[in-house]
Design a protein around this ligand. Structure first.
Ligand SMILES: [Fe+2]
Length: 134
């Protein structure tokens, strides 16, 4: 396994922890596919699934921000949008035939996810806990 979930990643909100675990699962699938030299289309499919899931998950977080009038909404959304932009650029160059699906890309995704969780999502998690959301 390339990236292992551990409890230090928990932001204290069960639904979002579960979403983050799903994202870790996609990263591991992507890693296995790249390592094992799985067919290009199949690895591309995993990347697309990961992007779709990230989009779904970010929207879910953002709905909660609006619902609870979270002050950090703009800052948080900016990070989500930057990741989605970067990921869609990866997808575009993959479709054009560039070799973008490699370990460097994976390292980027892991770093993004762990940094985002450790800083900005945990801050949001504490805010939600304070507002009674677990
Ligand atoms: Fe987030």
């Amino acid at each position: 396994m390339y990236m292992e979930w551990n409890d230090t990643y928990s932001i204290g909100v069960e639904k979002f922890d579960n979403d983050h675990k799903e994202l870790v699962g996609f990263i591991n699938q992507l890693h296995d596919g790249i390592k094992q030299g799985t067919a290009r289309e199949k690895v591309g499919g995993i990347l697309l699934d990961l992007i779709d899931y990230a989009d779904y998950h970010f929207k879910a977080e953002e709905r909660m921000m609006v619902e609870h009038k979270y002050r950090g909404t703009d800052e948080h959304k900016k990070e989500h949008n930057a990741l989605l932009l970067r990921a869609s650029e990866m997808w575009d160059s993959f479709e054009k035939g560039d070799r973008v699906l490699n370990l460097e890309l994976l390292a980027f995704l892991v770093k993004w996810l762990t940094t985002h969780i450790a800083n900005i999502d945990k801050k949001f998690g504490r805010f939600l806990n304070y507002n009674g959301v677990k």
